[in-house]
Design a protein around this ligand. Structure first.
Ligand code: PLP
Length: 408
C-alpha cells in the first residue's frame, strides 16, 4: 500500500450509501459497516444465550465468542493480558469505574488530582467527585490557545502529592494530541497513575498501551465503527488486581455468604450482571475491519482529508478555526466559530444543505471557557468521508454570514 491514500470504502457502510447528506459528525459517533451490523444480528441469530454462566453447548459458544472478542481487543491495543481488558458500557462508564474504584480507595485529603483543562466532562466530573468525596485538591493543567501543554505546566501540576492525572490523548474539541508520553513519565516519576481518555484517539491512530506504559485507558466502541453500548477499560493488571469491584452482583463473585463475598478473577470482577455479548461480538468485528483496511491507512486518509478541509475552511473570511495552526495536529477534528453567528445557526444552515455537523459546547464547557468561547461548530472526519463532501461543507460555511444578513 505504501504511502498512497486509500479509497473511502463507502460501499461497506449502508447508511452512507443511502444517506442524502454529508456525515461530518464522526467524533460524536461513527457509522457502522455491514460486518458490524451483521455481527450483532448474527450473535442473536446463532449464539444467543447468557455467556459465562452455563455449561450447555450454546452458552459455551456465547462465552467463547465473548472471550475471543476480548483477545481481539487485547491485540488491537497491545495489552499484555486479556485480564487487563474490561468491557463496560462506554468510555464514560470506564472512567467512572476507575474513579469510584481506584480513586476513592487511593486518594485522601492532602493528595492532588490533576485534570487537563481540555477534558471532555467524562474525564473531569468523576475526578471532581473523587476530590469532593476525599477532600483532595483538584488542579487543572492549562494549555495554550493552540491546545498545547508545555513542559513547565506539566511540571507545575504533577507534584509528589499527585495521585492521579486525567488527560485525553486527543481532544474532542481541537483534535490536538496531548504530550501523553511526557505526562505519563512525569506522573510515574511522582508515583501517580494516569487515566488516559482514548475516546478520540483509539479510533484514529495506532495505540500500544505497553509502549506508552499506560495505567488506564478508556474508549467507546461506537466511535470506532462498533455498536453503541460497549466500552473498554484497559488497566494494568497489578492496578486492577488491587482495586475493589465497582458494581456488585451476578457473575463477578467467587463465593457469597450472608455477610460477605469474595470476588471473581480479573477481568470478571469488574463485569457485574449480564454483559452486552452481542455488542462485544460486534466490536470485535469492527476491529477485524480495522485490521483488514489497516488503521495506518485510515489515519493517512484522515490526515489528508483534514488538511484538505483545513486549507479551505481557514481561508473563509470571518471563520476562526480553533486549536493548532498545523492541520496535521487536528486528527480529523475542525472546530470553528463564525464571527457574530451562533453555532446553532451555523448547524441549522448546514443542515439545510444536508451536512451533519455538531454545534454546542462539546461536553467540554470549562475548556471552551478557557479558550474564551461559549460554543462552537465542529466538523469531524473519518476515512470514509470524501473531498466532495468537504467541498460541499466549505461552500455551505462560506454562505452562512450572507444568509444571516451580513454584507460580507
Ligand atoms: C474525548 C471524549 N471522551 C469521552 C467521551 C464520552 O464517550 P461516551 O459518550 O461514548 O462515553 C467522548 C464522547 O464524545 C469524547 O469525545
Amino acid at each position: 500500500m505504501g504511502n498512497s491514500i486509500i479509497e473511502p470504502h463507502r460501499e461497506d457502510f449502508p447508511l452512507l450509501m443511502s444517506l442524502d447528506a454529508a456525515y461530518l459528525d464522526n467524533a460524536a459517533t461513527s457509522q457502522k459497516p455491514y460486518c458490524v451490523i451483521d455481527a450483532e444480528r448474527d450473535f442473536y441469530k446463532r449464539l444467543n444465550s447468557n455467556p459465562l454462566r452455563s455449561f450447555y453447548d450454546l452458552s459455551i459458544s456465547a462465552t467463547d465468542s465473548y472471550e475471543n472478542s476480548r483477545e481481539n481487543v487485547r491485540k488491537f491495543i497491545n495489552a499484555k493480558s486479556t485480564k487487563e481488558i474490561v468491557f463496560t458500557n462506554n468510555a464514560t462508564s470506564s472512567i467512572n469505574l476507575v474513579a469510584y474504584s481506584y480513586g476513592l480507595s487511593n486518594v485522601k485529603k492532602g493528595d492532588r488530582i490533576v485534570v487537563a483543562i481540555s477534558e471532555h466532562h467524562s474525564n473531569m466530573l468523576p475526578w471532581q467527585m473523587v476530590a469532593q468525596t476525599t477532600g483532595a485538591e483538584l488542579e487543572y493543567m492549562k494549555c495554550d490557545s493552540a491546545g498545547v501543554y508545555s513542559d513547565e505546566e506539566i511540571y507545575r501540576c504533577i507534584t509528589p502529592n499527585t495521585k492521579i492525572v486525567a488527560v485525553a490523548v486527543i481532544s474532542n474539541v481541537t483534535g490536538s494530541k496531548a504530550p501523553i508520553e511526557k505526562i505519563i513519565s512525569t506522573a510515574h516519576a511522582n508515583n501517580a497513575v494516569v487515566m488516559l481518555d482514548g475516546a478520540q484517539s483509539v479510533p484514529h491512530t495506532k495505540t500500544d498501551v505497553q509502549q506508552l506504559d499506560a495505567d488506564f485507558l478508556a474508549f467507546s466502541a461506537h466511535k470506532m465503527l462498533g455498536p453503541m453500548g460497549v466500552g473498554v477499560l484497559y488497566g494494568k493488571e497489578d492496578l486492577l488486581e488491587k482495586m475493589p469491584p465497582f458494581l456488585r452482583g451476578g457473575e463477578m463473585i467467587e463465593s457469597v455468604r450472608l455477610d460477605r463475598a469474595t470476588f471473581a478473577e480479573l477481568p470478571h470482577k469488574f463485569e457485574a450482571g449480564t454483559v452486552n455479548a452481542a455488542g462485544v461480538f460486534a466490536l470485535s468485528s469492527a476491529i477485524d475491519y480495522y485490521n483488514n483496511v489497516g488503521i495506518d491507512n485510515m489515519e493517512r486518509r484522515e490526515q489528508y482529508l483534514t488538511n484538505y478541509a483545513y486549507q479551505k475552511l481557514s481561508k473563509i473570511p470571518h471563520v476562526n478555526v480553533i486549536g493548532s495552526s498545523d492541520p496535521y495536529n487536528h486528527s480529523g477534528i475542525l472546530s470553528f466559530t463564525i464571527d457574530n453567528v451562533h453555532p446553532h445557526d451555523v448547524s441549522a444552515v448546514l443542515n439545510q444543505d444536508n451536512i451533519c455537523i455538531r454545534a454546542g459546547h462539546h461536553c467540554a464547557q470549562p475548556f471552551l471557557a478557557h479558550l474564551g468561547i461559549r460554543s462552537s461548530s465542529r466538523a469531524s472526519l473519518m476515512f470514509y468521508n470524501t473531498e466532495e463532501e468537504i467541498d460541499k461543507f466549505v461552500q455551505s460555511v462560506a454562505s452562512v454570514r450572507k444568509l444571516m444578513g451580513y454584507g460580507d
